[in-house]
Write a protein that binds this ligand. Structure first.
Ligand SMILES: [Zn+2]
Length: 147
């Protein structure tokens, strides 16, 4: 399944429509536990498919942690098995699939479109409303052809 379609299906089933999207709440509704840990330096997230647990580096910003949870949830939903996420990951189709999943999950297309086209929301406000990095929002706006 396309990562963005998989994320949309998850949103449809498990999102309570509140913003910012809470990826931890969604994971928990799907039976996946999320823990904070002081992991090895090169990891910002880790998903254990056997135990259905996501581990997130506790020393990162909450915005980055949210993206990491959504990214690891992508690996879970897309059936990638147990994986680790390097902070600087080499190009890997499963990594980009998980990133695409995370972007769609945290920035649902209809919600972003509504904020931009109907509420005329500006860039900084979009980043804070969806609680994502400027870089993540900039990429998403380009994908949705809103810039
Ligand atoms: Zn990954």
């Amino acid at each position: 399944m396309e990562p963005s379609h998989a994320a949309s299906a998850v949103l449809e089933q498990f999102w309570d429509l509140s913003l910012p999207v809470d990826p931890i709440k969604i994971a928990q509704k799907m039976g996946i536990s999320v823990y904070y840990s002081e992991g090895p330096d090169e990891l910002s997230g880790f998903y254990n498919d056997e135990t259905k647990e996501i581990f997130i580096e506790e020393n990162e910003t909450s915005t980055r942690q949210r993206f990491s949870v959504a990214h690891e949830l992508g690996h879970a939903v897309l059936g990638h098995g147990t994986r680790q996420r390097a902070k600087i990951s080499p190009y890997d189709p499963k990594e980009s699939a998980a990133n695409q999943f995370a972007a769609t999950l945290l920035m649902p297309s209809l919600a972003v479109r509504t904020m931009v086209e109907q509420r005329n929301m500006q860039f900084a406000e979009l980043c804070s409303t969806f609680d994502v990095s400027e870089q993540a929002m900039a990429i998403r706006l380009m994908e949705l052809r809103l810039v």
